[in-house]
Design a protein around this ligand. Structure first.
Ligand SMILES: [Zn+2]
Length: 79
């Protein structure tokens, strides 16, 4: 029986991605990953999420399933 990939979050909010998962996804030291919430689950993906409005990689906000950068948030506030 498999024990699955159960991890605990440490006091700084960190988790370890198990070696088997890193190997399966070809994730290596210093690779960039993105994290977001979808359907009440934490999704961790290799690479960048980009701003839904301008394509920037500097994502600061998630609204529903969309990602928005600070510049676009400021532009919306200024409307
Ligand atoms: Zn943007």
């Amino acid at each position: 029986m498999s024990k699955g990939n159960l991890s605990k979050i440490d006091n700084l909010g960190r988790i370890v991605i198990p070696k088997s998962i890193r190997k399966a996804l070809n994730i290596e030291h210093n690779d960039e990953i993105s994290m977001y919430v979808e359907n009440e689950s934490l999704i961790i993906k290799k690479g960048h999420r980009v701003c839904s409005l301008c394509g920037s990689k500097e994502i600061k906000h998630q609204i529903g399933t969309k990602f928005i950068c600070n510049i676009c948030v400021q532009n919306i506030k200024d409307l």
